[in-house]
Design a protein around this ligand. Structure first.
Ligand code: ADP
Ligand code: CIR
Length: 371
């Protein structure tokens, strides 16, 4: 039987046209959101005109504009405020995603194309802090989504199990330094979970931005963490993205962290097909995680610069870096430890993203020394 066509929507999602009830809910939520003083990118770019153009649309998975923006609507303190409810949302709701992408990824225009993958020459990247005076630890991660599955808001409970089982078999095949064990969240003791979170290995639970985005349904079904014995190579399953691949170690040896990261990503991608778009590179749930989807960060102690956060943020902006708290986004710095990483992940190669972070951190350390 032919699928029903949405009202004013070209997509054949099978869920029928947007109902009056859905429209009213969306309209009320938008009006309430407009009354907030949110500084988020969704507030900046979701003008009445854009809203009116997008409010009738549905993606092939049946997602609506509200499925994408509800996290930002419910959390006016969001920085971005939008998630792609499924991969096709980046196309169907391009009128809101494109300006946000251009703003976050520093000038990536709607006519631009993300470059081909280029890891660069792995032996060229050095240690950010050879004397170990500033950098506590270094981490490189990326998000990846598995072909054939939507993102969190559209995943069924059995798809969460499917993705987890697929990843268990892929991860069990990793060898050498990457060899490790998968630990499902389902059944993990609270004590173990909390220790893993505190030590910065595991994702936190109850993120209100993800919860409002409908990204935590059936929790902890399908969620878990894989790590090697030394916890220098980790993979998160079914948190914000289908998978997050992470390389991490104490100190500032970005070269070693990046090399391990590249070999882990390559080994995983040999065994599982991930979602990639011609224009936007690797597709993930949050528009901040497109393109390379790489975030290379240090945990760093820079007490002099941190005594003036306005100046530190200005310096970070100059080098296209982003400052976060010790436990990640929307957290405070503990014990004077800041998380500083590359900001943009789209519109540049993997090698360029790492180089951008390297150059910026080296400059920040120089400025701290001379302050
Ligand atoms: P993500 O980096 O995966 O986007 P978060 O900002 O929430 O998400 O960070 C996830 C975890 O990784 C947090 O516990 C954070 O403290 C930890 N982390 C990030 N960078 C580093 C680093 N350089 N060293 C140690 N832990 C880190
Ligand atoms: C926000 O808009 O502030 C949150 N939704 C987080 C956005 C970026 N971070 C992320 O995806 N981890």
């Amino acid at each position: 039987m032919a699928k029903a066509k949405c009202y004013k929507c070209e997509e054949k999602c099978g869920k029928g046209k947007i109902s009056l009830e859905e429209l009213q809910k969306l309209e009320m939520a938008y009006k309430a959101f407009l009354r907030t003083d949110s500084k988020s990118l969704v507030k900046k770019y979701l003008t009445r005109d854009v809203f009116d153009r997008l409010k009738y649309k549905r993606t092939t998975f049946g997602s609506t504009l509200l499925d994408c923006v509800q996290s930002g609507f419910e959390n006016p303190d969001s920085n971005i405020g939008i998630y792609a409810a499924d991969p096709s949302a980046y196309v169907v709701f391009a009128d809101i995603f494109n300006p946000i992408i251009q703003d976050y990824h520093i000038g990536f225009k709607k006519s631009d194309h993300h470059p081909a993958t280029d890891w660069g020459s792995l032996d060229k990247i050095g240690n950010l802090d050879p004397k170990g005076q500033y950098v506590v630890s270094t981490r490189v991660r990326c998000g990846r989504s598995i072909e054939g599955y939507p993102f969190n808001p559209s995943l069924t409970e059995s798809q969460y199990w499917d993705i987890e089982n697929k990843m268990i078999s892929v991860l069990n095949g990793l060898e050498g330094e990457l060899k490790g064990t998968y630990y499902p969240l389902n059944g993990m003791t609270k004590e173990t979970q909390e220790k893993l979170i505190e030590d910065h290995f595991l994702f936190k639970e109850g993120d209100r931005f993800l919860q409002a985005a409908n990204a935590c349904r059936y929790w902890p079904v399908g969620r878990g963490i894989y790590h090697n014995q030394t916890k220098t190579f980790l993979v998160w399953v079914n948190e914000e993205d289908h998978i997050r691949i992470i390389s991490l170690q104490p100190g500032g040896d970005l070269g070693a962290v990046y090399k391990r990261f590249v070999s882990g990503v390559a080994d995983i991608e040999k065994k599982v097909k991930v979602i990639k778009s011609d224009r936007l590179g690797y597709l993930n749930f949050c528009p901040t995680n497109l393109g390379t989807a790489i975030r290379a960060s240090v945990h760093i102690k820079i007490p002099k610069l941190a005594s003036n956060m306005t100046r530190l943020n200005e310096i970070a902006d100059r080098y296209h870096l982003q400052v976060r708290g010790t436990a990640g986004e929307h957290t405070e710095a503990k014990g004077g430890v800041y998380d500083i990483s590359n900001k943009r992940r789209l519109g540049l190669t993997e090698a360029e993203a790492i180089q951008e972070m390297y150059n910026g951190i080296v400059e920040i350390i120089k400025l701290e020394k001379s302050s």
